[in-house]
Design a protein around this ligand. Sequence first.
Ligand SMILES: Nc1ncnc2c1ncn2[C@@H]1O[C@H](COP(=O)(O)OP(=O)(O)OP(=O)(O)O)[C@@H](O)[C@H]1O
Length: 307
Amino acid sequence: MSAAIITADHVSKWYGQVIGLNDVSVTIPAGITGLLGPNGAGKSTFMKLITGQLKPSKGAMTVLGGSIWNNPAAYTRIGFCPEQDAFYERMTGLEWVSALVRLNGYSSTEARHAALGALEAVDLVPAADKKIGAYSKGMRQRVKLAQALVHDPDLLILDEPLTGMDPLMRRRTIRIIREWARDGRSVLVSSHILHEVEAMTSNVLLINNGRILAEGDVHDIRGLIDHHPHTVHIRAERPRELARECLSYAYVRSLRFEGDALVVETDAPDTFYTQVTNLAAAETFGRIEEVTSPDDNLAAVFGYLVK
Ligand SMILES: Nc1ncnc2c1ncn2[C@@H]1O[C@H](COP(=O)(O)OP(=O)(O)OP(=O)(O)O)[C@@H](O)[C@H]1O
């Protein structure tokens, strides 16, 4: 077992009367760890406590060997990709990433150099001089990722980084994150989609209602999750043809349209996601613009796990 990167010791966080995190004690090892939980589970709260943006109401949080609250020296060793967008829309991607890394004490030449390197790491060099206001959702996610890794931190905290990306960009971003962690660096990445987390790591924490329900190898919980039917929303250029194709798969239980989105219920989410990504790559039914998994999938599984 490698050394702990993050340790929470009886950490709780209240927002007034609302509990965000409830008496959490957990040790996170080096490498990639997935934080899996439905909406409102406490993922963002946990991440803000780890990055020193929030102070625990109770308990202690240790990150990279020291206390994180009020410890600016530690902040430079951490990169954070928040769930929300907070951009200066009129800045270009390059200007924005350069400006933020200058806050770490980089000169303007160093900042530009580092920013270009980070934009390259996330495949965004062609859009480096475009205004962020004109970026797609997926590009915004990637420029946030560039901002998180531009100062070469030891630990990356990524809050739902794949949201809004099309299937091919998701696959590429998963690869970027895995490669980044290969040199002994650590990542904590949140998601409400098991399939996505599993593509990055087998080490997961399950979080629900502000508590860590389970930690460890994803394969141990996968059986439980797989037994629940899974709903997937797809927006594609040629949805009717895609629907006809999906109906030929034995693992597709039902299919309907909601507005222009195709809604598929499947017994084999993994096989289905892989198949949809392959169809997207081959453009068999035109562009597949978006594949989303509503998180009631996970909420249903968690309801079942805690019973
Ligand atoms: N600033 C806040 N003020 C009041 N309540 C909050 C605040 N931030 C979070 N909460 C509450 O704390 C709980 C945990 O929220 P948190 O945002 O950490 O969950 P999450 O797993 O990240 O979900 P999501 O993916 O929806 O952000 C929720 O009940 C939420 O309503």
